[in-house]
Design a protein around this ligand. Structure first.
Ligand SMILES: NC(=O)C1=CN([C@@H]2O[C@H](COP(=O)(O)OP(=O)(O)OC[C@H]3O[C@@H](n4cnc5c(N)ncnc54)[C@H](O)[C@@H]3O)[C@@H](O)[C@H]2O)C=CC1
Ligand SMILES: O=C([O-])CC(=O)C(=O)O
Length: 341
């Protein structure tokens, strides 16, 4: 019996994400919360003939939505418009995430918390600091969802490899199987997104397309924001990505073995987090690395990936660190004071 709550369930991501969760047999209760329309979305989904019981909760019912939840997904907040960076969303989304996480600390402090709201590089530190201040922080419970970067990396790598080989061996690059070839570490914005090619010879295969590949993974979000022309950012691909991550958490809660999956976590709280920091030659408290899950929580990260980086990938890590430091600091200060905002 697993209760999953979606906070921001009526939004562009929230609705398709809730649909996918309604289809998952590992979910027994699906609680949909939003400041608008959640009752309607829940009623709609409740007609689907799967066993998860789906209920909607109005603005003043967050306590009921969260009480007893084992997993909480947070796609609440405003999305970007063309010309904005994810950091531009901080002003509005920081307060939204802090408020929601405060309610989680109050009503379901043990829940695994999956944060989708941008800027993820800062909203995850906001969540952690909020819970710490409440005395309710359990390391490994708070996970920043960076899976969309992985999904994009798989898609774009296959596209470039197929183009490189002029379609002659395109079957070799089945997009659904690219997870063995590429993953993504770092953060979730522009230069902090670091695609890591697992099979290093593929970097030479990509040749001059390598830089273009990296750029598309780092700025894939901007492509969608531009194409939607003021109507928001990625929602459908994000719903799939959020679901892909949530599915691993659910399987892990059900004692199924799961492969390591990247997530943006608080490193000092994880078994080998300090070792990972040393390998990164930084004191960064947050970084996305493939994470091992136990009971739906991060227990350790795969720091060995940092031993195998190519010279190009090492440079990407170096470039990411400064921006991540600033983003993390901004999130921490928002909760602990000294924020200039
Ligand atoms: N982590 C990632 O890879 C990605 C993150 N995002 C982020 O996800 C967030 C949501 O994006 P969309 O679904 O497109 O936006 P949206 O505007 O379509 O939906 C957001 C929903 O959040 C609700 N909401 C606002 N304040 C709330 C509160 N205090 N409590 C509960 N619900 C609240 C709104 O009513 C709305 O239904 C944005 O911050 C966006 O930048 C988007 C794509 C990828
Ligand atoms: O680009 C955005 O603002 C939404 C997002 O995080 C993504 O699509 O990766």
């Amino acid at each position: 019996m697993v209760k999953v709550a979606v906070v921001g369930a009526s939004g562009g991501i929230g609705q398709p994400l809730s649909l996918l969760l309604k289809l998952n047999p590992l979910v027994s209760d699906l609680a949909l919360y939003d400041v608008r329309l959640a009752q309607g979305v829940a009623k709609d989904l409740s007609h689907i003939s799967t066993n998860a019981v789906c209920r909607g909760y109005d603005k003043d019912q967050i306590g009921e939505a969260l009480r007893g939840a084992h997993v909480v997904l947070i796609p609440a907040g405003v999305p970007r418009k063309p010309g904005m960076t994810r950091d531009d969303l901080f002003k509005i989304n920081a307060g939204i995430v802090k408020g929601i996480v405060t309610a989680i600390g109050q009503y379901c402090p043990d829940a695994r918390i999956l944060i989708i709201s941008n800027p993820v590089n800062s909203t995850v530190p906001i969540a952690v600091e909020t819970l710490k201040a409440m005395g309710k922080f359990y390391p490994g419970n708070v996970m920043g969802v960076t899976t969309l970067d992985v999904v994009r990396a798989e898609t774009f790598l296959a596209d470039y490899l197929i183009a490189q080989k002029k379609n002659s061996i395109s079957k070799q690059y089945d997009k659904t199987k690219m997870c063995k070839d590429v993953t993504v570490i770092g953060g979730h914005s522009g230069n902090t997104i670091i695609p890591v090619i697992k099979k290093k010879p593929l970097i030479s295969t990509l040749a001059s397309a390598y830089d273009e590949f990296v750029h598309r993974v780092q700025f894939g979000g901007d492509e969608v924001v531009k194409a939607k022309d003021g109507a928001g950012s990625a929602t459908l691909s994000m719903a799939l990505a959020g679901y892909r991550f949530a599915e691993q958490v659910l399987k892990s809660i059900h004692r199924e073995n799961t492969a390591p999956i990247p997530t943006y976590v608080y490193l000092p709280g994880i078994a080998n987090g300090v070792k990972a920091q040393a390998k990164l030659s930084t004191s960064l408290e947050y970084f996305s690395l493939p994470a091992n899950l136990l009971d739906g929580r991060v227990t350790s990260v795969d720091d060995t990936i940092l031993d195998s980086l190519s010279p190009q990938e090492k440079k990407l890590v170096e470039r990411a660190v400064k921006e991540l430091e600033t983003n993390i600091d901004k999130g921490k200060k928002f909760v602990n004071g000294n924020s200039k905002l």
